[in-house]
Design a protein around this ligand. Structure first.
Ligand code: PMT
Length: 400
């Protein structure tokens, strides 16, 4: 998987920099071409001579070579690489990357990078756990970077905890996995709905629900990372998308989501309906803010929204897959299967509010995938990103 792959390894100033030598060696043994970029602090821990001997390339550490003025182009490196791996990544460099502080060639290379970026943090346990580091890592993740979580164990500070850079063999395995899967869904087109819908009552009020969009966006990212072309129809959410394979259509109401879904469905191989769509909307929208009146109770007349899933179920062709979600609170299996049948879905992904940590808003979910015969594949509680990977893996073979 790494044969002929061009990899930029960024090394920052951590005692774990010695592991970067093993990383370079392991990647080269697998057939990769490796270019090292190192920070001034990184050079205090491992010499460029060691690294250039291993990679058979001059190490890039300055913007230009002092004696003859040769310019080292971080932009060219950004275009050259198939992947960038920053290992070890210190708290300081992570902070600079998260905030665009381009004061050395490693950070400018990172900011110019067109290829996927993998970051392997290495630091003391308290530095790693600090909210500042965690916020920066979350920010990097939201940019689409992959964080290779540090391991727990003995640290250079003589303390024990989470902060050890992951072992080189494991990092190589992660890169191999990435390249193995990065194109397996190329040419597939996927439609995903995500988030809530808002149904306007008046200019200041709406009917909505607690969906954050996290599950649907994780799915979009997982499919896009595997090479699929994704159309993401998103209700009103505070989520970002940067993957170039994702085309995002922002909508507010169920009717808008319905319209976009109908327009896009004919051009896709699969639609995955993860949005929590409002079943009803106010029958009449008030142009002016409704005033509180002293009449006691107030009734709002509702009218049914179109059912996107059921409509797509009718339009579905034999070569298309339609996958719904069901968020249940009771009789989960029975209710989910009934929805699958009623809406003519191929699969339904069940999540239950009875499972703590599943459903709305959180970063985790616990799902079962049910097929038209009621056959159920259950998964453990995991991060929504990992759940999305499970769904992609499950659908991958059925998609071809
Ligand atoms: O966004 P998060 O905070 O990460 O939360 C994720 C989630 C809990 C919203 C998600 O995992 C989920 O379960 N989504 C479906 C929620 C739901 O309300 O399902 P439902 O049982 O009401 O609807 C069944 C299916 O029909 C769903 O695929 C839904 O998208 C679809 N539907 C429903 C109503 C409607 N008018 N049109 C539809 O297409």
């Amino acid at each position: 998987m790494l044969w002929n792959k061009k990899i930029v390894i960024g090394i920052t100033g951590s005692i774990a920099a010695y592991k970067a030598a093993c990383l370079c060696r392991a990647l080269i043994k697998k057939g990769a071409e490796v270019q090292v970029v190192i920070t001034p602090a990184g050079k205090e821990f491992i010499t460029p001579v060691t690294l250039s001997a291993l990679t058979q390339k001059p190490v890039v550490s300055e913007f230009f070579t002092a004696n003859d003025g040769t310019w080292h182009s971080h932009v060219d490196l950004g275009l050259w690489a198939d992947a960038m791996l920053i290992a070890p990544a210190t708290a300081a460099s992570i902070g600079k990357m998260a905030n665009g502080i381009a004061d050395n060639i490693l950070i400018t290379t990172y900011l110019s990078m067109k290829a996927p970026v993998f970051i392997a943090p290495a630091m003391d346990l308290d530095m790693y756990a600090h909210p500042s580091t965690q916020q920066n890592l979350n920010k990097l993740q939201s940019f689409g970077n992959y964080i290779i979580e540090p391991a727990t164990g003995f640290l250079a500070s003589a303390l024990e905890g989470k902060g050890r850079m992951e072992e080189p063999d494991k990092i190589v395995e992660i890169l191999e996995n990435y390249f193995a899967h990065s194109t397996d869904l190329a040419r597939k087109k996927i439609l995903i709905t995500a988030g809530p819908t808002y149904e306007k009552i008046d200019p200041v009020r709406y009917i909505g629900n607690y969906s954050s969009g996290k599950m649907g966006f994780a799915l979009a990212e997982a499919f896009a990372t595997r090479g699929a072309e994704v159309v993401l129809i998103a209700g009103p959410v505070k989520m970002e998308t940067i993957h170039p394979n994702i085309r995002r259509i922002d909508v507010e109401s169920a009717k808008e989501m319905y319209q976009s879904a109908i327009e896009e469905f004919a051009n896709v191989d699969t639609a995955i309906l993860c949005a929590a769509v409002a079943d009803y909307r106010p029958k009449n929208y008030s142009e002016n803010k409704l005033k509180r009146e002293d009449k006691g109770d107030f009734s709002l007349e509702l009218t049914a929204n179109p059912d996107i899933a059921a409509t797509l179920g009718k339009l579905k062709k034999a070569n298309q897959l339609l996958v719904g979600f069901a968020l249940e609170t009771d009789n989960e299996q029975t209710n989910a299967l009934a929805k699958l049948q009623k809406k003519n879905l191929n699969f339904i992904v069940l999540n239950s509010l009875k499972d703590e940590g599943a459903g709305f808003q959180g970063d985790t979910n616990k799902i079962s995938i049910i097929d038209a015969q009621g056959k159920t594949t259950a998964f453990e509680m995991k991060s929504k990103k990992a759940v999305a990977e499970d769904i992609v893996d499950f659908l991958r073979n059925r998609l071809s």
